[in-house]
Design a protein around this ligand. Structure first.
Ligand code: FAD
Length: 309
């Protein structure tokens, strides 16, 4: 079986989400990669050095520069003539492109897999991660998205894949790129941060969030997350949101500050290695998943903790 993996990148470097996807694809068989972008030759060279990779198909064309699904999907469908599975990270990009590929191939997509049981059988979370379904696909070609936190990252630097240029129809004229507002931060990106400090509704407003959560995160070199309640109330932008409808994270340490632990929040962080919860309500559900719990007022505990670090 040969799998084609969609490389997640920004036309400059390979994003980490690719590495877990390669590990998942390797469980199916041989792995080839697709780098579709504009001015992205360096990405293909970097991708070719990922351990276990065969061919890296490089589609370098202005039409692929913003990864519009309408342009990239036909390219993938063409490459799927010689592949048995298309495997993409379950990122915004992968989740945008994979369904279109599945529809064009007329197969059912298998989303957000947690494990590869065999060539046609996978596990995936359902009910916000409260149950794990085992799904078997009878489609001849598989279209799969991968939950990055469920697989080890493939090693970078030791591979010896070969880069091969490919082309397809380019701009299909079905969509066009208007603009992007990318938030810039010096902090580690949430999905790859080793430590995350997240704040909830209890912070009360954006100023408190900035004064209580951010200094602790800065001291720890941590990423900053938030519950949906904190995002909906406008304390922080919505790309901070962790949970079922936010980002799925699994850092070494997750510190939940003034977050109750609703199942939709737990769905995004319960695979973290060590969970530390700070909450004034000793019955808060977050303590059921926490390895370390501090019961008390966050407005006292967190500044004290930050000052002692
Ligand atoms: P609350 O539930 O209000 O909890 C605040 C906590 O702070 C309480 O436990 C309280 O005891 C504690 N507290 C208050 N004051 C202090 C203090 N001074 N010191 C210490 N502790 C204090 N939520 C997400 O987070 N992510 C998602 O992706 C998400 N997706 C959703 C999808 C759907 C379809 C739905 C229906 C809901 C979703 N939610 C999500 C919302 C979720 O159900 C909860 O409403 C939300 O997580 C609650 O956020 P919170 O814990 O910050 O607020």
């Amino acid at each position: 079986m040969t799998a084609l993996v969609l490389v997640e990148h920004d036309n400059a470097v390979v994003k980490d989400a690719t590495l877990a996807t390669v590990s998942a694809a390797a469980k199916l068989g041989d792995v080839n990669l697709l780098v579709a972008g504009a001015g992205c030759a360096a990405v293909a060279d970097e991708a070719a050095k990922i351990a276990g990779v065969g061919t890296v198909y490089l589609a370098d064309d202005a039409a692929y520069g913003h990864a519009l699904a309408e342009n990239v999907a036909p390219l993938i469908v063409k490459l799927m003539e010689s592949h048995d599975a298309f495997v993409a990270p379950a990122t915004s990009n992968g989740k945008n492109i994979a369904p279109r590929v599945a529809a064009l191939l007329d197969v059912a997509q298998i989303s957000d897999i947690l494990s590869v049981e065999s060539a046609d059988t996978f596990t995936r979370p359902i009910y916000a991660g409260n149950a794990i379904a085992t799904v078997q696909s009878s489609d001849a070609k598989k279209v799969i998205t991968v939950r990055g936190t469920a697989f080890d990252k493939a090693e970078k630097g030791s591979g010896s894949g070969k880069v091969e240029a490919v082309s397809a129809d380019g701009d299909t004229g079905l969509s066009s790129f208007v603009g992007a507002e990318i938030s810039k931060s010096e902090r580690p990106e949430l999905t790859s941060a080793k430590i995350i400090v997240s704040g909830g509704r209890a912070l009360q407003n954006g100023e408190n969030f900035e004064q209580i959560i951010v200094p602790l995160a800065d001291k720890l070199g941590a990423g900053v997350g938030a519950s949906r309640a904190a995002v909906d109330a406008g304390f922080v932008p919505n790309d901070y949101q962790v949970g079922q409808t936010g980002k799925i994270v699994a850092p070494e340490v997750y510190i939940a500050v003034g977050i109750s632990g609703a199942i939709q929040h737990l769905a995004g962080m319960k695979d973290s290695k060590v969970i530390i919860a700070i909450n004034k309500d000793e019955d808060a559900p977050i303590f059921q998943v926490a390895d370390v719990g501090l019961v008390g007022d966050l407005f006292k505990i967190v500044p004290e903790l930050t000052s002692k670090l």
